[in-house]
Design a protein around this ligand. Structure first.
Ligand SMILES: [Zn+2]
Length: 458
């Protein structure tokens, strides 16, 4: 159906750029992925193929990212094809004056990014005020491009064939690939599964939402390294990609009705994506998350990671070095820290700022407890804890204390922080050594420190 299934041209497949911030829920990316884009394409193709594009209206000149050929060159051409490159929608336009039966000469490439959406309206419909970016006026109706975000990231390129190739990062279409091709691509670089699946240079059209769903379906850990996969595991993963993407495309196709209006990555039928804390539909245990940079992944520990919890920044801040290894431990820790919230500011809390904390035995001993920095660099990385000099929250904290107590080594300590542990979160942890502490972290810290102080005195 799609003539040029190729690769994802989006930078970062479902990852928001650092600093794009906003509410915590923004971390669960809403970028349309392959199923959403395919359904858009079917609807747009049905309405525009063989019809003439009369003109393109822009609400803002910034949405157009190319200057040559000029946008006016698109006007009057017949639509030959509607396809995609990864998550970008590609409208192929015939040579001026030629019929739609020939090959395309120019291509309109539209990237929705996170908040871009399409609407189909009667010909000549106005571009809606705040949200409207552009209108594509066909002789059959008007395709509106909107973006419900103050960060205008959606884009339009008008390119010739050579320019089209330049927009293609080269990921393969998994649905069009056999297991052998898929395996070769998966093993071409050693990454965590989550990273590999969402890398547009490796695979096309899979982003944060569907990679969560695929890994849950395949019962595989998002941080498993691709170099460690058996042939059987790869075949299993390949099958899960087919099942999940095909099932979802069918579902979205049925839901679309006249035209797909409700394109979102938050869907109640999803098993784990966007379901943090809710029961896994397979085992009923609460879905967990890994947060890194400006994104979030969801998974079920019971179904995917042998009940192991993967590093999460906010949790590791709360838990300090006592990273829980199982759901049971997590629940116990949460209860503990709630119970310990009362004596914040006590002698024990003050003691915490004088006694250098040691990483507890076993902290960071498994790949799953990879510290925040590693997770931020390669989401969600399973890098061995010491590989990149990344510090656990506890050792970062130790650095801060060392700085305070031993002036001469302050530069060295600062340097080591910069190298190893200077994520916003650990920096924040450092600051907390002197800054007023929030009750929960203060309590957790005081309890931990008091316990360690006790242990040291014994
Ligand atoms: Zn489960």
């Amino acid at each position: 159906m799609h003539e040029t299934p190729a690769a994802d041209a989006s930078a970062g497949a479902g990852r928001l750029p650092p600093g794009s911030g906003g509410a915590a829920d923004d971390r669960v990316s809403a970028m349309p992925e392959l199923p959403d884009v395919d359904v858009y394409i079917e609807h747009i193709a049905a309405r525009t193929r063989g019809h003439a594009l009369e003109r393109v209206r822009l609400a803002s000149p910034f949405v157009l990212r190319t200057a040559d050929p000029p946008l006016a060159a698109a006007a009057g051409r017949k639509v030959v094809s509607v396809t995609r490159i990864g998550k970008r929608i590609v409208v192929g336009l015939a040579a001026a004056g030629a019929s739609a039966a020939g090959s395309a000469e120019l291509y309109l490439v539209i990237h929705l990014m996170v908040a871009g959406r399409f609407r189909w309206k009667p010909a000549g419909a106005p571009i809606p005020g705040k949200l409207g970016l552009a209108a594509f006026d066909f002789d059959s109706g008007t395709l509106l491009l909107t973006e419900a975000s103050t960060k205008k990231r959606a884009s339009i390129h008008l390119v010739r064939a050579a320019g089209l190739a330049a927009l293609d990062p080269g990921g393969i279409e998994v649905l069009g690939s056999d297991v052998g091709t898929f395996a070769a691509r998966l093993r071409s670089e050693n990454h965590t599964l989550k990273r590999a699946l969402t890398d547009p240079h490796l695979f096309s059209g899979i982003g944060n939402a569907y990679s969560d769903e695929i890994l849950h379906h395949a019962r595989m850990s998002p941080v498993k390294l691709t170099s460690r996969l058996t042939d059987e595991e790869i075949a299993n993963l390949h099958a899960s990609i087919h099942v999940v993407l095909e099932e979802w495309t069918d579902r979205l196709r049925k839901e679309a009705g006249e035209f797909p209006e409700k394109v979102t990555a938050f869907r109640p039928e999803m098993a784990v994506h966007g379901k943090y804390g809710q029961p896994c539909p397979r085992c009923g245990r609460p879905v967990q998350r890994i947060r890194y940079a400006a994104n979030e992944s969801n998974y079920c520990p019971t179904c995917q990671t042998d009940d192991k919890l993967l590093a999460d920044r906010s949790l590791s801040r709360l838990m300090r070095g006592d990273w829980p290894k199982t759901l049971e431990e997590l629940e116990a820790k949460k209860t503990q820290s709630r119970a310990a919230a009362a004596p914040a500011g006590s002698i024990a809390a003050r003691a915490a700022s004088f006694i250098p904390a040691r990483p507890p035995a076993g902290a960071g001993a498994t790949p799953d407890t990879a510290p925040p920095k590693a997770a931020a660099r390669e989401p969600p990385s399973a890098a061995p804890p010491k590989a990149k000099g990344a510090a656990t929250p506890d050792t970062a904290n130790t650095n801060a204390k060392t700085t305070a107590r031993q002036r001469p080594s302050a530069a060295a300590a600062a340097k080591s922080r910069t190298k190893g542990a200077a994520t916003p979160d650990t920096a924040n942890t450092n600051a907390k050594t002197t800054a007023p502490q929030r009750p929960s972290t203060a309590a957790a810290k005081s309890k931990t420190a008091a316990r360690r102080a006790g242990a040291r005195r014994r």
